[in-house]
Design a binder for this molecule. Structure first.
Ligand code: CA2
Length: 150
């Protein structure tokens, strides 16, 4: 059976998208982002679920919960990118391929944003393309799942 299901996870504070710091994160809200992704997923013929949490444990639980159910994860772990061994271990444990996404170019920002606990185990990393990065990641994940399942 084809597994063309993709999960998008947005981490802490990404629920504030479009409400503050528009110079860094733009003017679009999380709801705008999610509806843009759902529309693209429909065009691509893949199933898409979107999840956001400000809590590390909830993100770990979600990753564990989708084991065997989704074929790919698109993950912007927000600040947990730079701190969370727990999220990395969960991703390693479920063996679901994932792309790490950042809206801003973390490498042009503060030093503490330069290190990621996730990049080394990610299938790819998209940084600094704004919300467009999620669309690129979705296109690529759909292509990956199709070629893997064909
Ligand atoms: O650039 C990214 O996507 C980040 O993952 C965003 C995180 C940050 O901690 C990472 O270093 C890079 C922060 C998300 C906060 O999002 C906000 C959006 C609007 C207003 C305030 C915060």
């Amino acid at each position: 059976m084809q597994n063309l299901s993709i999960l998008v996870i947005n981490g802490p504070n990404l629920n504030l998208l479009g409400t503050r710091e528009p110079d860094i994160y733009g003017h679009e809200t999380l709801a705008d982002l999610e509806s843009m992704l759902k529309k693209r997923a429909d065009e691509l013929g893949v199933n898409l679920e979107c999840f956001q949490s400000n809590h590390e444990g909830a993100i770990v639980d979600k990753i564990q919960e989708v084991r065997g159910k989704v074929g790919f994860i698109l993950l912007n772990a927000g600040a947990f990118t730079h701190t969370s061994v727990a999220i990395r271990d969960a991703l390693s444990g479920v063996e679901i391929p994932f792309y790490e996404i950042h809206i801003s170019n973390v490498h042009s920002r503060e030093e503490f944003r330069h290190h990621s606990y996730l990049s080394a185990i990610a299938k790819g990393v998209i940084v600094g393309f704004g919300l467009q990065g999620y669309i690129c990641a979705l296109d690529s994940a759909a292509q990956y799942l199709r070629s893997k399942n064909s």
